[in-house]
Each structure stands twice: as structure tokens, then as C-alpha cells.
Write a protein that binds this ligand. Structure first.
Ligand SMILES: Nc1ncnc2c1ncn2[C@@H]1O[C@H](COP(=O)(O)OP(=O)(O)OP(=O)(O)O)[C@@H](O)[C@H]1O
Length: 617
């Protein structure tokens, strides 16, 4: 059973609703004509609903009761004879219901249309925001939970607004109308009928606050469940290889139970509230019947008017009974809405700064000036990094695992911003360029390149949107990928499995290289792109990489020092600092960390291959 939620009353729902309305107001404003039209139809519908019992009153007071009493005096019959009055009343019953249904249709259709339009725009905005939120945001949030916000939470809002909030609005307006008429008919009797309302409101609002609290917890738990499922399916190979099924199942079962408990708790509260309201309403109806009959006997009301009174009360009963459930539903949808608003209000910490300009075509000169960075405050991963690279230079970043190499290069892409210091491209702080124009001029090939489940052609063209088939083919040739692509069942049109799962590691890397090559970017980042490949694949991929990086400023992270020894600059990173930098010969002469690591690798290599070779210096 989950942690007991903090009790909140109706006051907790209203600020949430206002926050959602404020956030959605630009989209709501666009639909204002539809909304106003639908609201007008809704007013007509409720007006006609109020008229419904009145033909019956006239039939009772002006025809049935006088006839029953053999009275010749027919009160206030608009100068009509009884048959005429009866015919008109019968026609009025059909007319009122017919017109009311038409108005109800128009109001429901109009409001639904507006709601669907607004929420579809919101969904588009949320998706857009999700893509733009900084990497640090995505690393802190589970993808399943984010997916739930784009899908289930928005769907919940759509359903509840159309199926619950609109009927609730109709009910509130007609309740107010009924109350006004009841007070006009007999204020004393109306007072008896409404005496219980403050008590009802108090009870309802208290319970609703608690339902809302459980509902939010429930939705969050659903997000966690979705995240666990997504993670498990995403890593199914690892799960099966390590036989993690039992362990993951027990984690899932615990989360499932928590979600179930929260759902049951909120259902229990809703059902209890609904029944309590039902009993209270029966008490009111009995009291009004008892007191109303006395008033009629003392000629304070006509029997027909008491009939109208009782019909209103009975009609009010249904909406009142539903009210608790409807507000409960709205509380749940508010919780969903707040989760969506949370996303929309989240400001990416890496974003275009005011005054940022589109970058010019880069020459590729890069300088780090005293750059420090940590993923979380208080834990520095990069410490006071400084180095300079000339256009077209090949830079190797080497050092032990976890020393900060990938982090260093991610700063060039502005996946994160430095906490202090600055990074210059062509002598200008990269924060002065717009994000898109900066990233478009950097090609990246990672260790395990992710491909999309679209065609090979599209996967390569994602590197430069709008590129032609000819450009795609050129890039594929450069990446030594053209031949194997032509052997795929549909060549360039072959649709890949999710994350490129239908290709071998080497093939995936070559498509990723083609995707990087199509950009013809002046800056290239290679993060261990050949790790995990067999030596035949490695050779082909390396040949492709050589063509990709020729003449471009290139940063290569590699654990294999022999593979990068010809770099123009080697940066040796350890513990987040650059301990050594220079060419291979310079660093070997220095005889420091790099030289030691290189010698160690050489010995291991020679032991593995049985060769002996001189350690180059
Ligand atoms: N997203 C992240 N959030 C928090 N800490 C992180 C994140 N990414 C990396 N780190 C931490 O930052 C440090 C540097 O990681 P980084 O990936 O830059 O090292 P690396 O030198 O590239 O390692 P490797 O050679 O194993 O890829 C590590 O201690 C790592 O645990």
C-alpha cells in the first residue's frame, strides 16, 4: 500500500485547473468562436430543460384537479378551453424535448470539437518540448513516464472534458435555474430543500481532495510501470542472457500492486461519496414532500406547483448524485493535466540564449578556456580544461575509463553547458550561436550508433534533412556502405528493425558514418566508433572514418592508443583534467601517463599476437 496522500480539499483542484487553463489559453483562444457558439446552445438546452415539467403543471392545475373536483372554475387558462390547453401541453412536451435535444447536440458537438482541437495542439507542443529538453532532463526522467504524459494523460483530459466536465457544466447551470424557480415558487420550501447543500459541499470537497491525491499517485505509478516495461523490452536481450526475468517480474509485481492499491483507494472513496450523497438526497425529498403537502393544504402552493417542485428536486438529485463522481473524475484529469503542464513549463537549461545568432560556416578552430563541468552540483567531472585546436587538426582524446572523455566532447555539441569557463569555435563562444546552427555543423559517430526504424535511405538523409538520393548514395559510398546496402532486400528502401536491429554492428556503424558524412560538417566527433567490432569490420569502418574526417577538425575518443598515435594532438585525460597534451612523440619523450599506458598496451598486444615490436617514440 502506497504512502498515505496528504489530504487536500476542493481548493487543491481549483489552482491546478487554473494553472492548466492558463497554460492552454493560447490554444483555447483560437477556438473561442466554437466555444461561444457551443455555450450559447448549452444555455438554450438548460433553459428548455427547466421548462420540461411546466406543461404537466398546467394539465394538473387547470384540467385534471378542477375536473376531479367537478369545478367549473378553471384558474388562469390563458382563455383556452381544456381540450385546447391539453393539446398545447402535449405538443409542448414533445417540442421542448425535441428542441432541447437539438441544442444539446450542438453544444456537445461544438465543445467536443474545440476540446479535440486544443488537446491535439497541446500534444504537438508536448512532443516538441520533449525533443528540445536538455539531455540532463531526459537522464533524470524515465522515458515510459514521459510517454504516458504524451499519450494516456492527454487522452484522460480529452475523455473527462467531453464526457464529464461538459455535462457537469450543464448540470450546474440547470441546478442554478431550478433553485431560482424553486425560491420564486415558495422560498420556505426551497430553504428546506437547500439546507443540506452546505453540508454536501463540505463533504464532497474534502473527499475529492483525497481522491485527487490518490489519483495523482496512481498516474505516477502507471508512469513507473510503463517505464519498467519499456526498459525491460528495450534491454530484452540482456534480460534473457542474464536470466533477470524472475527478479524483474518481482519488481514489476510490487509496482503493479502499488498502482492497484492506489486505484482501489480512489475507487473506494468515489463510491462511498456517491452513496452518501444518494442517501442525503432521499432525506431532502422526504422532507420537501412532507412540508410541501402541508403548504398545498394551506393553499400556499397549487398541487401542480408542488409537482414542479418535486420534479426539479428529483431532476436535481441525478446531477447532484453524479456531481461527486464527476468532480472526482475532473480531479483525476486535473492531475493528468498538471503532469502535462509540468512538462510544458520545464525550461531546457541548454537553450538558445537571447541574442544567439545563426552560426557562419565554421573553419573548425576550437578552444577550451578553463572549462569546468559537473552533472550535479558539488561533483566536478571536468576540472579547468584548456586546450586549442586549429582547423582541420586530428585530436585524440585518451585516458582511463570514466575520466571524462565523452563528457568533454559532449560540451562541444552543447549537450550540456560548462559550469565555468568557455568554449570557443572560430574565436566565438559557442553559446552565442543558435543550437541548431551549431549542431548542424558537427558530425557525430558514437560507439553504438542508433538507427531509426525507417528505410536506409531515410536513416542516412536524417544527417541532412532534405538531401537528395544522389547525396545519400555518395555518403554511403564514402562510408563503404553502398555495396552491402545494395544487397539488402529492397536496397536503399529496406526498412530497418527498431534501433537498426536487423543489421550487424559493422553495418550499423557504416550507415551511421554515411549519416555523419552527408552533413559534410567541418567538425567531426568520433566516440569509440569501432569498439565491439571484429577486426575485419573494424578495418572497413576505419577506412570509412578516414575518408569522413579528412581535412576536418576531428576529435576521436579511443582506448586503443596505437590507432590514434598519428593524431596532431593527443589529450590525455584522467580524473577530469588534461594531464598531458602533445603529439605521440612528445608524450612518449615526456615519459608520463600516456607513455606508460602506451607501453602497457604494446606489451599486452604483443603477448596476444605473439609479435614483438619496437615501442615507437
Ligand atoms: N549523464 C550523467 N549523469 C551523471 N554522471 C555521469 C553522466 N555521464 C557520465 N557521468 C559520470 O561522469 C564521469 C565521466 O564519464 P564519461 O562518460 O565522460 O567518461 P569517459 O572517459 O568517456 O569513460 P569511458 O571511456 O568509459 O566511456 C563518470 O564518472 C561517469 O560516471
Amino acid at each position: 500500500m502506497g504512502q498515505r496522500p496528504k489530504e487536500k480539499d476542493l481548493k487543491g483542484v481549483i489552482p491546478g485547473l487554473l494553472r492548466i487553463l492558463r497554460k492552454f489559453s493560447p490554444y483555447i483562444r483560437k477556438q473561442r468562436f466554437t466555444i461561444v457558439g457551443a455555450f450559447f446552445a448549452l444555455l438554450i438546452e438548460t433553459g428548455l430543460r427547466l421548462l420540461e415539467p411546466w406543461p404537466l403543471k398546467y394539465v394538473f392545475d387547470n384540467i385534471l384537479i378542477p375536473a376531479h373536483n367537478n369545478s367549473t372554475h378553471i384558474p388562469n387558462s390563458f382563455g383556452l378551453n381544456p381540450v385546447m390547453l391539453l393539446t398545447l401541453s402535449a405538443l409542448a412536451i414533445v417540442g421542448i424535448t425535441g428542441l432541447g435535444s437539438m441544442a444539446a447536440y450542438l453544444s456537445t458537438y461544438g465543445m467536443s470539437l474545440a476540446v479535440v482541437e486544443v488537446l491535439s495542439e497541446v500534444r504537438g507542443q508536448v512532443f516538441d518540448r520533449l525533443q528540445r529538453l536538455s539531455l540532463s532532463f531526459h537522464q533524470q526522467h524515465k522515458s515510459g513516464d514521459l510517454i504516458t504524459r504524451v499519450t494516456a494523460d492527454i487522452e484522460k483530459m480529452r475523455l473527462v472534458t467531453i464526457k464529464t466536465a461538459l455535462p457537469l457544466l450543464t448540470n450546474i447551470i440547470s441546478l442554478l435555474g431550478m433553485l431560482a424557480i424553486m425560491y420564486w415558487l415558495n422560498w420556505e420550501l426551497a430553504l428546506v430543500a437547500t439546507a443540506i447543500f452546505p453540508f454536501l459541499t463540505l463533504l464532497t470537497s474534502k473527499t475529492i481532495g483525497r481522491i485527487r491525491s490518490f489519483a495523482k499517485q496512481h498516474r505516477d505509478s502507471e508512469g513507473v510501470l510503463a517505464a519498467t516495461t519499456g526498459e525491460t523490452i528495450g534491454a530484452i536481450k540482456v534480460v534473457q542472457v542474464l536470466s533477470l526475468q524472475e527478479m524483474l517480474h518481482s519488481i514489476f509485481a510490487a509496482q503493479n500492486q502499488k498502482s492497484l492499491d492506489e486505484a482501489i483507494e480512489s475507487l473506494k472513496l468515489s463510491a462511498a461519496l456517491e452513496r452518501t450523497v444518494q442517501v442525503l438526497m432521499a432525506v431532502i425529498i422526504a422532507a420537501v414532500l412532507w412540508r410541501g403537502s402541508h403548504v398545498v393544504l394551506h393553499k400556499g402552493l397549487t398541487p401542480g406547483e408542488l409537482l414542479v417542485f418535486m420534479t426539479y428536486l428529483k431532476n436535481a438529485f441525478e446531477p447532484m448524485r453524479k456531481l461527486s463522481n464527476q468532480v472526482g473524475q475532473i480531479a483525476k484529469a486535473t492531475a493528468s493535466g498538471e503532469r502535462v503542464v509540468e512538462l510544458l513549463e520545464y525550461e531546457p537549461n541548454v537553450r538558445d540564449l537571447p541574442g544567439a545568432e545563426k552560426a557562419h560556416p565554421f573553419f573548425g578552430a576550437i578552444r577550451f578556456e578553463n572549462v569546468s563541468f559537473g552533472y550535479s552540483t558539488g561533483k566536478e567531472i571536468l576540472k579547468n580544461i584548456s586546450f586549442a585546436v586549429q582547423p582541420g587538426q586530428q585530436v585524440a582524446v585518451v585516458g582511463p575509463s570514466g575520466s571524462g572523455k565523452s563528457t568533454l566532447l559532449s560540451l562541444i555539441l552543447r549537450l550540456y553547458d560548462p559550469d565555468s569557463g568557455r568554449i570557443l569555435i572560430d574565436s566565438q563562444d559557442l553559446r552565442e550561436y543558435t543550437l541548431d546552427s551549431l549542431r548542424q555543423q558537427i558530425s557525430v559517430v558514437l560507439q553504438d550508433s542508433v538507427l531509426f526504424a525507417v528505410s536506409v535511405q531515410e536513416n542516412i538523409a536524417y544527417g541532412k534533412l532534405g538531401s537528395s538520393r544522389k547525396e545519400v548514395e555518395q555518403a554511403a559510398r564514402l562510408a563503404n556502405a553502398h555495396e552491402f546496402i545494395m544487397q539488402l532486400p529492397q536496397g536503399y528502401e529496406t526498412v530497418l528493425g527498431e534501433r537498426g536491429g536487423t543489421l550487424s554492428g559493422g553495418q550499423r556503424q557504416r550507415i551511421a558514418i554515411a549519416r555523419a558524412a552527408i552533413r559534410q560538417a567541418p567538425i567531426v566527433i568520433l566516440d569509440e566508433p569501432t569498439t565491439g567490432l571484429d577486426s575485419a569490420s573494424e578495418q572497413i569502418v576505419n577506412a570509412a572514418l578516414e575518408k569522413l574526417t579528412e581535412g576536418q577538425t576531428t576529435f576521436t575518443i579511443s582506448h586503443n592508443l596505437r590507432a590514434v598515435q598519428h593524431a596532431d594532438i593527443i589529450l590525455y585525460v584522467e580524473g577530469g583534467s588534461i594531464l598531458e597534451q602533445g603529439t605521440h612523440s612528445e608524450l612518449m619523450r615526456l615519459g608520463g601517463h600516456y607513455a606508460t599506458l602506451y607501453q602497457m598496451q604494446s606489451i599486452i598486444d604483443s603477448e596476444q599476437t605473439g609479435d614483438t615490436y619496437a615501442i615507437e617514440a
